[in-house]
Design a protein around this ligand. Structure first.
Ligand code: ACO
Ligand code: ZN
Length: 294
């Protein structure tokens, strides 16, 4: 999957330093012009301000008083914490995060209007502070209303995630599925179904497929008797279309008398469950302290 880079526009920044990691970048990111002659940028891992020289970062670290993302800690379980950062209240942080994320996201146009977004930043915490692992962003519901008015249509589709990123040093450890699971837990609390904004990257699609497959197979495995796609959607907050395509790809759907019917043969389920891989890190819902925005 490293052939990403072949599709890349001319990359400006080749590496970044972030906390204890030096990370090779994947894609072009539109940093302000004065940074364009730099091959390497130095990020403060807490406020995400970026600098061209190591000495600047060292000087910054002596006076930066953040030890975690700005905003509210809405989840803590063991050493994992999730912070909710409102782009309206933390514009500079939101912009810095977008610059950073774009280095690893190809498909997304970068929104500078961070006002419209909430950022959910996942951290591993220790005695030195809370170190960012990844994040996802989500358009606020009031922003959806605004967009509806502008575009004269209803985005009641409820996108529950705009962009998702696990920083490369943390990838393939289950954090991506944790972030995805978290986005659906928020949707459940809002009493809505959700779906990620399209297009998905290849890695994004793999991760979503993996998540949807695992969640649906687990339910079908435990459930006795018939179950409809609508019921699955109500239980999981996964949008009906996403459930249908997932079950179709697992060949668990038959079309009978003009209707999609789930045919979950236990043997077939077991075979799929074995192939479905690890479940990722669990979200412990009892540790999520959050009420939907009004
Ligand atoms: N090669 C093959 N499969 C992979 C790879 C890889 N390099 N990385 C992830 N996967 C698949 C696997 O099926 C994996 O499950 P498994 O490990 O049980 O087999 C599954 O994706 C998820 O793995 P996680 O460890 O839970 O996910 P991770 O923490 O690596 O994060 C993510 C996934 C967020 C997509 C990450 O790869 C990333 O940040 N990529 C760059 C940015 C990006 O493409 N984001 C999605 C854009 S679409 C959107 O934002 C709406
Ligand atoms: Zn800082």
């Amino acid at each position: 999957l490293r052939e990403h880079e072949e599709f890349t526009k001319v990359k400006n920044i080749a590496t970044i330093e972030l906390g204890r990691y030096e990370i090779e970048t994947w894609y072009f990111s539109p940093f302000p012009p004065e940074y364009n002659d730099s091959l390497k940028l130095y990020f403060c891992e807490f406020c995400l301000n970026f600098m061209k020289r190591k000495e600047q970062l060292q000087r910054h670290m002596r006076k930066c008083d953040l030890k975690h993302p700005p905003g509210d800690e809405i989840y803590r379980s063991g050493t994992l914490s999730m912070f909710e950062v409102d782009g309206k209240k933390n514009k500079v942080y939101g912009q810095n995060l977008c610059y950073l994320a774009k280095l690893f996201l190809d498909h997304k146009t970068l929104y500078y209007d961070v006002d419209l977004f909430l950022f959910y930043v996942l951290c591993e915490c220790d005695d030195r502070g809370c170190h960012m692992v990844g994040y996802f962003s989500k358009v606020t519901s009031s922003a959806f209303l605004l967009l509806d008015a502008v575009e004269e249509k209803h985005s009641e589709e409820s996108y529950n995630l705009a962009c998702i990123l696990t920083l490369p040093p943390y990838q393939r450890k289950g954090y991506g599925k944790f972030l995805i699971a978290f986005s659906y837990e928020l949707s459940k609390k809002e009493g809505k179904v959700g779906t990620p904004e399209r297009p998905l990257s290849d890695l994004g699609l793999l991760s979503y497929r993996g998540y949807w497959t695992r969640v649906l197979l687990d339910i079908l495995k435990k459930h006795k008797g018939n179950i409809s796609i609508k019921e699955l959607s109500d239980m999981t907050a996964i949008k009906a279309e996403d459930i249908l395509t997932t079950l179709q790809s697992l060949e668990l759907i038959q079309y009978r008398k003009g209707q999609h019917v789930i045919c979950a043969d236990p043997k077939v389920l077991d075979r799929h469950l074995k192939a479905a891989g690890r479940g990722g890190l669990e979200v412990d819902v009892s540790k999520l302290i959050w009420t939907p925005y009004k």
